[in-house]
Design a protein around this ligand. Structure first.
Ligand code: IPD
Ligand code: CA
Ligand code: CA
Length: 268
């Protein structure tokens, strides 16, 4: 059994607690698809309830730490160097449509660096966790990024911008470049799980723009601890501020980055 530190135990326990109600709510969502009003209000309550549970459990364990949460925003504690960065439900659109692909994501940032991350996929009971310097794990198994180095054999994940996002032309250029040389591109609808799957060697690379810190906080440390590389598409290291991410195994970072940057140049 892989050794989990006290910190990881706290994060895992909070994710498990929040997931119980979330799973029950997911069961209800199916029944609501046919109702006139649809499940939107119900889902936003489920989302908020999961966040409240995470906030409560993590505060109980580490009373002084601060929070950055998708639904409630910043909550400043007496310790501002430790910040929990939380997405209580990543993959909301999937959840809303009864698609079983969503996760809870908890990252811990210490002194502006990502220290630990937990991403929990309740439907398959898959717990991804990592702490800086300790490796990355899926449940009790150590995980590593894939070893693929050829673009034509590689499978990539991304996020398609939707209504309200302004980066549609840039995305189309990126997609055209990658789909023409790779073995495929997937859009499953949860950036946190895209990163977790990359860490587990299922995907070979992932890129997206327009993300928020809670979509990637936990995933960044999990991918790095699994031996992967994470930067912005530009190659810089301010993903949490810019919302741009390029995460790959240790062989594909420069070819995928070059492909995406060249595609962008062509449209600008
Ligand atoms: C979304 C998912 C999706 C990504 C979006 C995010 P949410 O988060 O991570 O994969 O493409 O940009 O907003 O809204 O489901 O928490
Ligand atoms: Ca999210
Ligand atoms: Ca969310």
């Amino acid at each position: 059994m892989a050794h989990r530190s006290a910190l990881i135990n706290v994060m895992v326990a909070a994710a498990q607690k929040a997931s119980r109600k979330l799973l029950r709510d997911f069961g209800e969502v199916e029944n609501l698809q046919v109702s006139k009003k649809g499940p939107a209000d119900f889902v936003s309550t489920a989302d908020k309830t999961a966040e409240n549970t995470l906030h409560y459990e993590l505060t109980k364990a580490r009373p002084k730490y601060s929070f950055l949460m998708e639904e409630s925003g910043e909550v400043v504690g007496s310790d501002t160097s430790n910040v929990w960065i939380i997405d209580p439900l990543d993959g909301t659109t999937n959840f809303l449509h009864g698609l079983p692909h969503f996760a809870i994501s908890i990252g811990l940032q210490r002194d502006s660096e990502m220290l630990a991350g937990v991403i929990y996929e309740p439907v398959h009971d898959e717990m991804y966790w990592a702490e800086k310097g300790q490796g990355a794990h899926l449940n009790d198994r150590r995980i590593r990024v894939s070893a693929r180095s050829k673009m034509e054999e590689s499978l990539f994940a991304t996020g398609i911008p939707f209504k309200g996002a302004r980066n549609h032309p840039e995305f189309l250029a990126h997609l055209e470049a990658v789909m023409s040389v790779s073995s495929g591109v997937r859009r499953f609808g949860s950036a946190a799980l895209d990163l977790a799957y990359l860490a587990a060697g299922r995907y070979d690379g992932f890129w997206e723009t327009g993300l928020s810190p809670w979509d990637m906080a936990a995933g960044i440390v999990i991918v790095r601890e699994a031996g992967g590389y994470v930067t912005e598409i530009s190659g810089k290291n301010k993903m949490m501020q810019s919302g741009s991410i390029l995460a790959t195994n240790d062989r594909l970072h420069s070819p995928l980055g070059k492909l995406l940057r060249d595609a962008q140049k062509e449209i600008s």
